[in-house]
Design a protein around this ligand. Structure first.
Ligand SMILES: Cc1cc2nc3c(=O)[nH]c(=O)nc-3n(C[C@H](O)[C@H](O)[C@H](O)COP(=O)(O)OP(=O)(O)OC[C@H]3O[C@@H](n4cnc5c(N)ncnc54)[C@H](O)[C@@H]3O)c2cc1C
Length: 393
């Protein structure tokens, strides 16, 4: 029996190694279009590869998998983060667990995973063929099983050959990006970080909380990446032009107002821009006060009137910025969309349209936020597909 795995990335190798271990008599070939396999793994996590997460703080999988959470929930019962962790350690890749729940190779080097995967593939007799792009199922007619692990495809054309044989494709759009903001004064604060803000896109359900970083082009940091993932399709439909509302203090309007009022008493004679509320960074506060009050920001706290206080409260808790575009995040970038989950059997990941054809990894309409969730999706789906092929008669 012969299996062709199309795509030599994270899911492709994980699937191949697991399949060979489950069914040693299976001939397994990995067909990779590029000149090198496992390129994304090598570049991942800033070269460290954030290969999974404990999921300890995840109350609802929907918060980490905006697409595919139900399927992930089902498949992770059999092969979840704990099983992945054990698998890596058992296969000679010791891991290190960070306090924030992210997991990396103990070497802190993605190359450890790449070289180990390559060695395992060699030892198990998996054939790896570089420079072998697949664009039609007819190229694979000599194989008994085919597993498609071609990863995220930002262009729909990459999925056409799979669409033509009866699979529904959810239009691919980018996820995990930073936002360009049309505001010179804000961008001049580049490097300023705020530990806990909340952001939302007005008029939608999309919101996120977390740390924010101001960059020379706009906004970045975990909270923005998270929002970009939740609102990936919406922002694409808006051509990445939207309003963004920021609660800089992540506080209620009443709490922020109370704190501002306290300052009018405790720092009455000081200039407004010189005393920042809610532990905001001082440069950010100067920008916000200026934006809310204009020249009146030069007044003392005791000189402010009720309207001034309302303006300040409003800018601290509901500042509105204009998003003018997206920019790719250097660290991580994934595709939202891909092969529709309705086109596959949710237990085996076998195609409903073509028998003995399986899918795993980012080619599926599953994607996560940053933190190791995307690799976990690759391990979970690849393990499922390997088991399905191994047990198929
Ligand atoms: C810079 C960067 C950093 C990242 N860091 C992290 C991280 O730290 N943690 C995390 O969880 N996720 C991270 N991700 C996301 C993660 O890398 C992907 O989700 C994961 O690699 C998906 O695995 P995959 O095997 O499905 O796809 P890929 O790893 O992309 O592999 C797909 C392979 O298929 C090949 N291929 C494509 N089309 C064809 C074809 N027609 N024929 C033959 N071969 C084909 C491609 O060349 C590629 O080698 C990162 C992504 C990027 C871009």
């Amino acid at each position: 029996m012969k299996t062709a795995i199309v795509g030599g990335g994270a899911a492709g190798f994980f699937l191949g190694i697991n399949l060979k271990e489950m069914r040693p008599d299976m001939e397994v070939s990995i067909l990779e279009s590029g000149s090198r396999v496992l390129r994304k793994v090598l570049a991942s996590g800033g070269g460290r590869c954030n290969c999974t997460n404990t999921f300890r703080d995840v109350k609802d999988l929907r918060n980490v998998y905006p697409r595919g959470h139900q399927l992930m929930k089902r498949l992770m019962r059999t092969f979840g983060p704990r099983e992945a962790y054990e698998w890596f350690e058992l296969h000679g890749i010791p891991l290190r667990l960070q306090q924030d729940g992210r997991v990396f190779p103990a070497s802190n080097d993605a190359a450890t995973i790449v070289s180990r995967f390559l060695k395992l593939a060699r030892e198990l007799g998996i054939q790896v063929v570089n420079g072998s792009p697949v664009s039609s199922l007819s190229q694979l007619s000599s194989y008994d099983f085919v597993a498609v692990t071609t990863g995220g495809s930002p262009r729909a054309e990459g999925l056409r050959w799979l669409q033509e044989v009866g699979h529904e494709v959810v239009a691919p759009v980018p996820s995990l990006f930073t936002l360009s903001i049309d505001d010179e004064a804000l961008c001049a604060l580049t490097g300023t970080a705020v530990e806990q803000v909340s952001v939302l896109i007005p008029g939608t359900k999309f919101h996120a909380e977390g740390a924010l970083l101001i960059t020379h082009w706009g906004l970045s940091g975990p909270v923005i990446l998270r929002l970009s993932s939740y609102a990936a399709r919406h922002l694409n439909e808006q051509d990445y032009r939207s309003h963004l509302c920021i609660n800089w203090a992540n506080a209620t309007e009443a709490d922020a107002h109370r704190e501002l009022v306290l300052l009018t008493g405790s720092h009455a004679k000081k200039q407004v821009t010189n005393v920042q509320p809610c532990a905001l960074p001082s440069r950010l506060w100067q920008y916000l006060a200026q934006k809310a009050l204009g020249e009146r920001a030069a007044l003392r706290w005791c000189d402010l009137g009720r309207k001034d206080m309302n303006r300040l409260t409003n800018i601290v808790t509901a500042d509105v910025l204009q998003v003018t575009g997206r920019s790719a995040f250097k660290e991580e970038f994934v595709t939202c969309g891909g092969i529709a989950l309705s086109s596959i059997d949710q237990n085996t990941l076998c195609s409903k349209a073509v028998s003995r054809l399986y899918f795993a990894g980012e080619v599926l309409d599953i994607d996560g936020i940053t933190g190791g969730y995307n690799f976990q999706a690759a391990w979970t789906t690849a393990h499922t597909a390997a088991r399905s092929i191994a047990t198929c008669q």
